[in-house]
Design a protein around this ligand. Structure first.
Ligand code: AMP
Ligand code: MG
Length: 282
């Protein structure tokens, strides 16, 4: 895998608290989270330069993560339609060695999946040690779209928040570091982006008329998101609500949070076999 040099750049500012939902959502209201704010990186050019450095560091850490093979890392992405999940995954993780990354998009469950508990299909896609896993949608759909459309009985949905916390705790205790990102766009920004999917012939393939029905349920989705990010932001698997109306800002924040988290993971190359330095290849 990739480069082996250790970055000499000094550690940048920890921006996790900028958009971390407090544990169990204490005092957090989604309506107070402004999708258009940019106070963490007020200047675009600076944000892009810092992001390039953060990504270079993520690439190095990814190499160590893979070589060490002891930990797994999982980043979960949720958003409304056109919220930028695909774009964020591409921009922040697109330069990593594909050997060490598994990306999973969760769609409407199949009949087979619906015949199991909702975490069954999720558990199978949790990255193994040494890998970075990226979830494009996730088990949170089971308290988001499922809640908004009443696809399961209300009492069953109510039980899921605690079940999710327990599942994520179990994963964490078994070597998986979990981060969760809600890419938060405004309703106006979604309008622009959906219209753009219609206007731009190269984007029409992304347009799904069903998204317009979901858009009408914006309020209900925001209520469901607020419940999910408050009930399920835990010390072991925090939620970050990322202001996502500006792509460059969203990407810079996610890259910084990923970098900071990887830097805290005690990643080290495995010890070399004794006496290796004396070996000469002939
Ligand atoms: P997309 O990400 O645009 O390809 O769309 C995937 C669709 O699958 C979205 O409309 C999701 O809401 C839906 N989906 C994902 N997971 C579930 C789930 N557990 N139950 C119902 N719908 C889901
Ligand atoms: Mg879609």
């Amino acid at each position: 895998m990739g480069k082996k040099t250790k970055s000499s750049a000094k550690r940048p500012k920890d921006m996790r608290n900028h958009c971390r939902v407090p544990d169990y959502g204490k005092g957090f209201k989604l309506k107070d989270a402004d999708p258009g704010e940019k106070t963490a990186f007020p200047d675009r050019a600076n944000a892009e330069a810092e992001m390039a450095a953060d990504i270079a560091r993520i690439e190095e850490l990814h190499d160590v993560h893979w070589a060490q093979g002891r930990h797994a890392f999982l980043a979960v992405f949720q958003a409304m339609d056109a919220g930028g999940k695909d774009g964020t995954i591409g921009k922040v993780f697109g330069s990593l060695d594909p050997l060490g990354v598994i990306t999973t998009s969760f769609k409407k469950p199949s009949e087979r999946e619906l015949a199991q508990d909702y975490l069954w299909r999720i558990h199978q896609e949790v990255p193994p040690r040494g890998m970075i896993g990226l979830f494009n949608r996730s088990h949170y759909e089971d308290v988001l779209v499922v809640r908004v459309h009443a696809l399961a009985p209300p009492d069953k949905i109510e039980q899921r928040y605690e079940q999710i916390n327990a599942f994520e705790k179990h994963m964490t205790e078994n070597g998986v570091t979990i981060l969760k990102f809600f890419l938060h766009i405004s309703k106006d920004e979604q309008k622009e982006r959906l219209q753009e999917r219609i206007n731009d012939p190269t984007k029409r393939w992304k347009f799904n008329p069903a998204d317009l029905n979901e858009r009408k349920l914006w309020k209900q989705y925001m209520t469901a998101y607020e419940l999910a990010v408050t009930r399920c932001s835990t010390p072991w698997a925090p939620w970050y609500v990322i202001p996502a109306d500006r792509n460059w800002y969203r990407n810079a924040l996610v890259a910084r949070i990923v970098r900071t988290t990887l830097e805290e993971m005690d990643l080290r190359y495995p010890p070399a076999p004794k006496g290796i330095e004396k070996i000469v290849v002939e």
